[in-house]
Structure formats: C-alpha cells, structure tokens
Design a protein around this ligand. Structure first.
Ligand code: GAP
Length: 496
C-alpha cells in the first residue's frame, strides 16, 4: 500500500482515529466481542453501520443483477474440500511469514518492510551492494530499488536478518520464512480427523464456478452472461490492520461473467468502466480513485490481465475492487477435479468450449470503509448564536445514507410534537426516518450531520398557520419551506 502524498503518517493516523472513534460513538462499527477485550480482525456493524452496509450491498445488487444477462445466487459458505484443491487455494493461498524466536510474535514478511525509514533502507541496500550504494542517492531511487527487492518473496526473506522485531526490538531473531495458508479450517460432523476437514470460504467466487452448469440450465441463459453473489468470506490474515481494510471476516460482492474466448477483452474493458462508474455515481470523489494494473510478472496464476480500483485512504492507496480476466482456468480446473462436464455448447456454431471468465470482485466491508472515509468532512459552520464552530458531517450519497430524513418539532409544545409525529409516521412507510425532540435545534442538526442524514424537517410556529415545514439540506445547510402534503412527493424525487 503506497502512502497518501497529501497527508503524512501522523496526519493520516489522526484522521483515521477520528473516523474510527466517530464510527463507534455513532453506532457504525464496534470491535467484535469488545467486552471480552475484542477479537482481532473482526468487527460488528451497529445500527447505523448495518444500514450503510445494507445500502451498499443493495445498490451493488441492483446495479449488477437487474440486467437481462446477470443472475444472482447465494451459495453455502462451507463447500466440498476438493473445491479448494481445484481452485489452487490449498496450494497457493499462502503468505510467507516469519516468527520472532525471542518474543514469539508472527509477522507477514512484507509487513516487516512497510514502515522502514529511508535511512534504514539505505543501510540495508549498502549491506547488499556496498559499491553501488556507497555514495549519495536520491530517496526515490532508494525507495524504488528497495521496493523491487522486497516485492520478491525469496529476496525479501534474505533481508530479515537486518531487521529488528517490531514487537520486542531484537535483531537477528527471526526464523526462516515459511508458508502460511490463510484458509480457516474446521470439521464437518463429530470426528475431527483429516477426512472431515472443510474450509470457511476465502472468496465467494468458487460458489459461482461450481454452480455454473446449474445456473446455465435452470435460467436458460446463453453466453455471455454473469452470475453474481454477495456473501461472507474468511481469511486468517496474519496481520490485520487499518480498521476494516484487512480483516479476518469480511463480505465480498463478486460477479463472474462467462464469455466466449476471444471476446474476453471486450467484456473486460466494459466491466472495468462499469465498476469504476458505480463508485463515482454513488458519490465517491473521482480524484480519490485510480486504476492499478497488475504488472505481467505479478499476475495471479490464473489471470491474463488484472486491474484494481484503488481508493486513497488516509493511510495510503489501497485496493477496493479487483477486475480480473481469469481465462478458462476456473471452469477448466473444476472440470478436471470433479470429472463433470463444464463446457458450453453453442447451438448456433455447434462449438463446445470452456468459457472465459471476467471477474469483478469488490469488498463490501472495504467499500463501506471507503464510502465512510470519503463522506467524512470537517467544516466551519455558524451556530444559532452566530459564532463559528467545526461541524463534522458525513456527506453520504442519499442512496447510501443510513437515515434519510429526521423530523423535529422546534419546541415541545403548541401541538408541534403531534404534527411532527404525524409527519414521521407518514414518511416512515416509505423512508428510513428518525424522530428527535431532544435539545436545541442546532444540536439536533449536528447530530444528524454526524450520521449523514441528508434532510431534516422542522415543524415550527409557521407550520401551525400554513401547514408548511422547513426542510434543511445537509450539505448546503439551506432551508426551504415545503407544504406538509407535498413531503412524500418531494422526498420520492430526491431519495428514490
Ligand atoms: N475472487 C477474487 C478475490 O477474492 P481478492 O483481491 O483477494 O480477490 C477481492 O479480494 C476484494 O475483497 C478486495 O478488493 C477487497 O475489497 C476484499 N478483501 C480481500 N481481502 C480482504 C480482507 N482481509 N479484509 C477485507 N476485505 C478484503
């Protein structure tokens, strides 16, 4: 993950701290099992968080499956263990890791090199090649050369002897690098032996591949067509970090698009465009998004070409979605391992072939975090008394906002609460609304800003005369007067 140029490490960490603390205080995300000290790499979504997450998933589902040529499925998390042999996960889904012999802490190899100072990198490079690095080099050159070496696992493994353990500070205490499989293992049935081993799925994609024929036959689709799925995935990450970025339990939103070999590049280009637009259309800032194409030498064993959509988090650029051309690898392997025919028969051309797959694979939890970070703003805003204060506002796209409309009586008398309750009850049938009659009106607005509610309705003394209410826009803070009888129509246009 490369660092954000605009923010230094400290600023980025401070901003993340603020967002994590807001997320907890306002009920977006809690640490899992917090009262027992928490479980590393696992998070719970609170009342606001579950709404946001559901809205993201719903928008994805609509976008991807409300099409003539994409079907949805929901496969089981536990699958036959042969699935993961065929997919290559048993053999290849590993990270190299080292243990500190002194303090017993375990690290993923690449993580050891992430936060090294330029001075330390120079020192290590000099140890490797004293002549080349004898003089003064630009920092960029040092960073680039160092990056080149550590991106190769075998080369990186040779460098651990120069590094101190981040946990206990001792040097020369690391074991040799070993492969660590990231799949969680468990057992089916009462006997815990090797014949009963199953895995918690590390990706949802395989549930789609093994159902290719079932969906093809039952839906009577013809190539090209896609199968989409949203669901939990589990990876026993060695180093979880950055809040929801790398967790052990997370959700994916994946679609596998099956097409005829030779047409794959055209579909690959189409889905890349579609997926980037999805994030932008849901309000994500364009300048915080970029493409990263995997260099040929780093492509996954199954991929012909691969691009990631990256978001600029406060701690640096990170992948939020991968769009990969997976060729015929997956169906070919499952055909080989299962012995079942997974070829497509083209009735028009009378050809039989193994379809190519274009995959779009987004993390729901990572997208959640990107949408949350992107929505977070601190702004100077006037108080009711005319002073300036900092308001924290989550500028979610209205389709993603957990609460769409808040309803307030200006004061708790003169029939205002009754009118406000009536408005709330009417709108609740159509939108997620929130009623609040507690505290000064300015405070109530700020509370809604903090959870990203796009509109606040206030019933005031003029309501009693002409049945109009104020509707305040979260982003501009401007208010308009709207007739109570027109509210549903007004919000239908704005929100649906
Ligand atoms: N089927 C392909 C696949 O799973 P991936 O790049 O390993 O590819 C796809 O994962 C997406 O899943 C990532 O872009 C990311 O958004 C999300 N993801 C992967 N590992 C994750 C983790 N440990 N925690 C949270 N999200 C993760």
């Amino acid at each position: 993950m490369s660092k954000t140029p605009g923010l230094n490490n400290l600023q980025g960490a401070k901003l993340m701290d603020k967002i994590v603390s807001l997320a907890k205080r306002r009920g977006f995300v809690f640490q899992s099992s917090e009262i027992y000290g928490g479980l590393n790499g696992c998070w719970d979504y609170g009342p606001m968080g579950v709404e946001l997450l559901n809205n993201i998933k719903q928008q994805w589902w609509k976008e991807m499956t409300y099409r003539e040529n994409v079907e949805g499925i929901d496969a089981a998390i536990l699958m036959h263990p042969r699935v993961w042999e065929a997919s290559g996960h048993v053999e290849n889904f590993t990270d190299p890791m080292v243990d500190c012999k002194q303090c017993k802490a375990r690290f993923r190899l690449d993580v050891l090199f992430e936060d090294l100072s330029i001075k330390k990198k120079k020192e290590i490079l000099r140890q490797l090649d004293s002549q080349k690095y004898a003089g003064q080099q630009q920092d960029d050159v040092i960073n680039e050369d160092f990056e080149k070496i550590v991106s190769n696992d075998q080369e990186a493994a040779k460098l651990v002897k120069y590094i101190s353990c981040p946990n206990c500070g001792n040097k020369g205490t690391f074991t040799d690098a070993r492969k660590f499989n990231l799949m969680f293992k468990t057992y089916v049935g009462p006997v815990e032996d090797s014949s009963a081993v199953v895995y918690l799925r590390p990706e949802t994609a395989q549930g789609i591949f093994v159902n290719f024929m079932n969906v093809l036959m039952s839906s009577r689709q013809k190539l090209p067509f896609g199968i989409a799925q949203i669901g939990k995935a589990f990876r026993n990450e060695i180093n979880t970090k950055n809040f929801l970025f790398r967790t052990r339990e997370f959700e994916q939103m994946e679609m596998q698009f099956f097409c005829k070999p030779g047409t794959d590049e055209e579909h690959f280009a189409y889905w890349r465009k579609e997926r980037m637009e999805w994030f932008i259309n849901l309000g994500m800032k364009k300048d915080k998004l970029r493409w990263h194409q995997h260099p040929k030498e780093k492509l996954a064993h199954y991929a012909k070409d691969a691009y990631d959509i990256e978001y600029e988090f406060p701690f640096g650029w990170g992948e939020i979605e991968g769009i990969h051309n997976r060729t015929d690898y997956d169906l070919g392997r499952h055909e080989q391992y299962s012995g079942k025919n997974l070829k497509y028969y083209d009735e028009e051309t009378k050809e039989k072939f193994t379809p190519y797959v274009i995959e779009t694979s987004a993390g729901a939890s990572r997208s959640f975090m990107a949408f949350l970070v992107d929505a977070y703003h601190e702004e100077e805003a006037p108080t009711a008394e005319g002073d300036m204060e900092t308001r924290v506002v989550l500028k979610f796209h209205p389709k993603l906002a957990p609460i769409k409309i808040a309803v307030f009586p200006l004061v708790n008398r003169e029939n205002m609460p009754e009118i406000a309750r009536k408005i709330e009850a009417d709108l609740r049938q159509h939108f997620r609304v929130f009623y609040d009659d507690n505290g000064a009106i300015g405070r109530r607005y700020r509370r809604q800003d903090e959870i990203g509610t796009p509109y606040c309705i206030t019933v005031d003394s003029q309501t009693l005369e002409d049945q109009t209410v104020t509707v305040r826009d979260r982003d501009t803070m401007h208010q308009v007067r709207i007739s109570m009888s027109k509210l549903k129509e007004y919000f239908t246009e704005k929100l649906l």
